[in-house]
Design a protein around this ligand. Structure first.
Ligand code: CMC
Length: 391
């Protein structure tokens, strides 16, 4: 009982006003601060997009250099972080480590953080964008037993991350311009997506006045699930399991069978009911990257067959289920030599730009108040307590 609107999964509830990202799910439109995702994907860079999301406008040359300088000079981790890292099991999932490590940032940078001061809020946002690649790379290297590397300040944001993650001293990492572009593109496409589960989580935690470090750590936790950011890892595992184009038919049949508990990973979206514009861009990039790197990955053929078969199938057509951003991204990450368990971590690094932008926006929103959903109570009516002897 009660006079609330029942809206499980918040499909029809706007929880805030926001000027950051616009989605028209029927038309397949995605805009960051008014700029079409297609144009940003072609012409911009991830760090410029991060600036745009945070500040609302594209930077001038000077504004961009100063932003880049700031981000670059906050990339180091406090040395004591190693102690936290070394406490994890060596085989911990990198997302588990990332969640814990990001939360622990609050123990280093929160004590003297005055949330009333806009400059300090901005600095906290910069720290998060700057440090998450360093932390993510350290989590990965720890998981495979490699020594942690310091960030190289002479590199660009995305490339710096790849170097920290993969480089060994005797073999400098050679990245082709196409590989660097592909990584940056994936980061641009993942940077924000309005009130998705993880961003809503960041806002919910932020609405209580909690600091941005733990708010973003909560966002990372929400992202991990396979219905959200964990889908990119799940897609690759699914494609590997399907293995060959001949097996696509039975995978489709299994996904249609509700009893099986199996869904086509990388398919469907709460908001996009026509197509996911990010998936279109990624599909094109997948062909370019594999072509240029001379990789003949049989999983690409499986993915293409799966998409083709699903798009012709009555079940998927009726329910308006299309490939989403995560359907092809894993194939690119794989081609770039990123291990599968790092895929969702990559998503988290990129989405940090969006999370901090939403957190910043919330801090100055005059209508923002603590997030406090209601419920429809379905439990017992009032009753009297009885002792053990009467139960
Ligand atoms: N495979 C098979 N059936 C599906 C799928 C799928 N991937 N997705 C939805 N359906 C069916 C679902 O069973 C339901 O059928 P019915 O009407 O007969 O009960 C109908 O389509 C509507 O699904 P829903 O679960 O009510 O839709 P939702 O808006 O709550 O869920 C979703 C959206 C993305 C969680 C869901 O489509 C899904 O689980 N997809 C697979 C996981 C995935 O790829 N997630 C990444 C999303 S995009 C990136 C991100 O957000 O991180």
């Amino acid at each position: 009982t009660g006079c609330f609107t029942y809206d499980p999964g918040f499909g029809a509830t706007a929880s805030c006003k926001s000027a950051i990202t616009y989605i028209d799910g029927d038309a397949g439109v995605l805009l960051y601060r008014g700029y079409p995702i297609e144009q940003l994907a072609e012409k911009s860079s991830f760090l410029e997009v991060a600036y745009l999301l945070m500040h609302g406008e594209l930077p001038t040359k000077e504004q961009f250099s100063s932003f880049e300088h700031e981000v670059t000079h906050h990339t180091m981790m406090h040395e004591a972080f190693r102690t936290f890292l070394y406490g994890f099991r060596h085989d911990a999932h990198p997302m588990a480590m990332l969640t814990g490590m990001l939360g622990s940032l609050a123990s280093f940078y929160h004590n003297d953080l005055d949330l009333e001061d806009p400059e300090q809020r901005r600095l906290a946002a910069i720290r998060l964008i700057a440090k998450i690649p360093t932390i993510a790379a350290a989590c990965y290297r720890y998981s495979i037993g490699w020594p942690i590397r310091y960030p190289k300040n002479n590199l660009e944001y995305t490339t710096r991350f790849l170097h920290m993650m993969k480089e060994v001293p005797s073999e400098p990492l050679e990245l082709s311009p196409m590989a660097a572009k592909a990584m940056d593109l994936l980061f641009i496409l993942h940077a924000d997506h309005e009130q998705n589960a993880s961003t809503s989580t960041v806002r919910l935690v932020g609405s209580t006045g909690a600091n941005p470090y733990v708010s973003v750590a909560a966002g990372v936790a929400a992202l991990w699930g396979p219905a959200h950011g964990g889908a990119n890892e799940a897609v690759l595992k699914m494609l590997e399991e399907i293995g060959r184009p001949e097996n696509v038919g039975s995978a489709i049949a299994k996904a249609k069978d509700k009893e099986s508990g199996f869904r086509l990973m990388g398919f469907g979206h709460r908001v996009y009911k026509n197509f996911d514009p990010r998936a279109k861009i990624i599909r094109e990039m997948t062909h370019k990257v594999l072509g240029e790197l001379g990789i003949n990955d049989p999983l690409l053929e499986v993915a293409m067959k799966l998409e083709e078969a699903a798009l012709k199938d009555e079940y998927f057509v009726q329910r308006k289920l299309y490939p989403n951003v995560d359907f092809y991204s894993g194939i690119i990450y794989k081609a770039l030599g990123i291990p599968t368990e790092m895929f969702t971590v990559m998503f988290a690094i990129a989405r940090t730009a969006g999370w901090v932008s939403h957190w910043l926006e919330q801090q100055t929103d005059p209508e923002a108040r603590i997030g406090r959903p209601r419920q429809i109570y379905t439990g017992s009516p009032v009753r009297d307590y009885v002792g053990f002897d009467q139960r």
